[in-house]
Ligand binder design. Structure first.
Ligand code: NAI
Length: 290
């Protein structure tokens, strides 16, 4: 529902980690959701993950048992974009982070969705302007809608205005995000790293430099950030959690865009070169038993 209680028809494109969370969120507040993925297996996994997550909400008393089937009943899985975007008000694209794939998806969406539908992209790194550029005048409908993982729990949606994004698109994206129970911030210019990735990268950079300087152990650097600033995780353990290769890619992009202050520290480059990628490889700043 929007702020004024209107149910919207929403298409979420991409049923991975983020897309499944966004679909769950939208269905939970009462929107009618089509969840699209090229892979039927990914769709099955997405629906199973949503079911498991809803069970957790029920166990913790945040949902009633009978809401489970209602919510799942509002999510229609699909493998094709044209039919799924028919008659929708909002599209949220959450396919993999490659510009050519986002271009292909946006082109297909724009060809079949109603002309007044807004087209949100959940990109974390790419330019909103570049993603919208394939649509000509349609770029005014494209807006950054950056959710955070896990989308069902994190409170913020970072909205990003591309060069061509219209005020009306931005306002409707804001309204939609609020209907999901989220707070919003608006990044007024399409700049690499938007607001949140730049701020978190600086924190990470300092943690890495302190480690290089031998100021403290990884444990103490993380503990300092957790307890002094009330962060749920410290920057080094978060790096292990998300993958240090992902960490390095993000910093490399920010370095190219904003210069020296984001130069990836040697300690991080060495970890990635050695294949110590964090949890997924069993070893990063911490030992994960791999
Ligand atoms: P993921 O790899 O879990 O899911 C991507 C899904 O897109 C896959 O299921 C894949 O089958 C599907 N897909 C690929 N091409 C498609 C197409 N042409 N049409 C329909 N579906 C297609 O990726 P994840 O982590 O969910 O990320 C999605 C987007 O969200 C990326 O742009 C990423 O940068 C962004 N993001 C990710 C965050 C995270 O923590 N994972 C946080 C915020 C944004």
């Amino acid at each position: 529902m929007t702020d004024n209680g209107t149910v919207q028809k929403v298409a979420v494109i991409g049923g991975g980690v983020m897309g499944s969370g966004i679909a769950q969120l939208a269905a939970t507040v009462g929107h009618e959701v089509r969840l699209v993925d090229v892979s039927p297996e990914r769709l099955e996994t997405a629906l199973a993950a949503i079911g498991t997550s809803l069970d957790r909400f029920i166990r913790s008393g945040r949902l009633e048992t009978d809401q489970r089937e209602e919510i799942l009943g509002r999510i229609t899985p699909a493998t094709r974009i044209p039919e799924a975007v028919e008659g929708v008000d909002v599209v949220v694209e959450a396919v993999l982070e490659r510009l050519e794939v986002k271009h292909q998806v946006m082109t297909e969406v724009a060809a079949h969705a109603p002309a007044e539908a807004i087209l949100g992209t959940n990109t974390s790194q790419l330019s909103i302007t570049a993603i919208g550029s394939v649509l000509g005048e349609g770029a005014s409908r494209v807006v950054g809608m950056h959710f955070f993982n896990p989308a069902v729990l994190m409170r913020l949606v970072e909205l990003v205005k591309g060069l061509e994004t219209s005020e009306d698109t931005l306002r409707r994206a804001e309204d939609f995000a609020r209907s999901l129970g989220k707070e919003t911030v608006v990044c007024l210019k399409d700049s690499p790293g938007f607001l949140t990735s730049r701020i978190s990268a600086i924190l990470r950079m300092e943690a890495l430099h302190m480690l290089e300087e031998g100021l403290a152990s990884p444990e103490d650097i993380d503990k300092a950030v957790r307890l002094a600033f009330n962060h749920p995780m410290g920057p080094l353990e978060l790096g292990d959690f998300n993958g240090l290769d992902t960490y390095l890619d993000a910093l490399t992009g920010l370095h190219a865009a904003h210069g020296e202050r984001f130069r990836p520290p040697v300690v991080l480059r060495n970890m990635v070169a050695a294949g110590r990628l964090g949890r997924k490889s069993g070893r990063g700043f911490y030992d994960h038993g791999g």
